[in-house]
Design a protein around this ligand. Structure first.
Ligand code: NAD
Length: 288
């Protein structure tokens, strides 16, 4: 089925559904285009925290960009948030039933030409179509950690109109992000898969007793010029979260080695979850 991409999008709002870690960061990036961003979250404290976050960072992040211009961010009810929005993107918790319900609800109330996107890290948007009448406007637009990590994965739900994908690829750079299209359905999209392989091999090297986490990070930093190595980064994410991600990949790829997950389970069983528990591969985190 063909779909007419949004017209006059520059004068229409973007709606962000879910105002947590990623929702507020996406709102920030869309606000650097100079337009209106509306945020919806059932939690009043999350709505307020998100608007505060954007207001505190917008001038600086918009100022960093060529052609960046601070726009406006407001929070309110769901119907009001999506009204006339050209793009509605959700960043609600990673629960399949919730995402399916939200896509059905949104499909019924958004503008006829609105694009519906998910920021989900682990679900392809093809999973959310049960109650959707217009899958041709549904796709994944997956952010990493804006405003510092600004690559974005774009991926069809399998039924997305090609014009929608092309329109999104052409339009996202206006908001200071860099879209890359996954050319077929892929758990982990593009960069997350590459990064998962790097982490897995680092864990394997340590699990085999070839090197310590500190050795691996040290060499990684010397050779890449980056500041933090994979083990330091895993500590920041949380080793329980890293393990969940690995388990997810392993269900699709049973050929993946078990040793990286055994090593992670060992640290987790000793209460070493990374920064959030005060220690992980490293010990030098103040307890929170
Ligand atoms: P989060 O828990 O920080 O935020 C989720 C927000 O959704 C909360 O504010 C919650 O109140 C709100 N919410 C709950 N039910 C809702 C509903 N029915 N309607 C609207 N909002 C609702 O989660 P997060 O880390 O921002 O993750 C959100 C999504 O982004 C997930 O799909 C996740 O996979 C994806 N993601 C997360 C990261 C990350 O590093 N945290 C990175 C990329 C993508």
């Amino acid at each position: 089925m063909s779909f007419t991409v949004p017209t006059n999008y520059a004068s229409r709002p973007v709606a962000v559904i879910g105002a947590g870690t990623l929702g507020r960061r996406m709102a920030l990036m869309f606000a650097t285009g100079g337009g209106l961003v509306r945020i919806y979250d059932p939690s009043e404290s999350q709505r307020e925290a998100a608007v505060d976050y954007v207001e505190q960072n917008l001038a600086e992040v918009a100022g960093r960009r060529q052609n960046g211009k601070p726009g406006t961010v407001v929070a309110g009810g769901l119907t009001e948030a999506v009204q006339d929005a050209w793009l509605v993107i959700e960043a609600v918790p990673e629960r399949l039933a919730l995402k399916k319900q939200i896509f059905g609800d949104l499909d019924a109330i958004v503008a006829a030409d609105a694009i519906l996107a998910t920021n989900s890290s682990s679900y392809a948007s093809s999973n959310f179509l049960d109650h959707v009448r217009h899958p041709e406007r549904v796709l994944n637009i997956h952010f990493y950690m804006p405003p510092t990590q600004n690559a974005v994965d774009v991926m069809s739900c399998g039924k997305t109109d090609r014009d929608v994908l092309d329109f999104v690829m052409a339009t996202l750079p206006e908001f200071g992000v860099y879209p890359f299209e996954a050319r077929k359905e892929s758990t982990g999209f593009i960069f997350n898969r590459v990064w998962a392989a790097v982490k897995r091999e680092c864990l394997e090297v340590v699990a085999e007793g070839v090197a310590t986490p500190q050795d691996v990070d040290g060499m990684f930093c010397v050779n890449t010029g980056l500041k933090g190595g994979p083990f330091r980064m895993m500590d920041k994410v949380g080793l329980d979260v890293v393990l969940d991600i690995e388990e997810h990949y392993a269900t699709e790829h049973p050929e993946h080695p078990e040793a990286p997950r055994v090593l992670l389970r060992d640290y987790i069983s000793r209460g070493r979850l990374g920064v959030k528990s005060g220690a992980g591969f490293y010990d030098d985190y103040a307890k929170v």
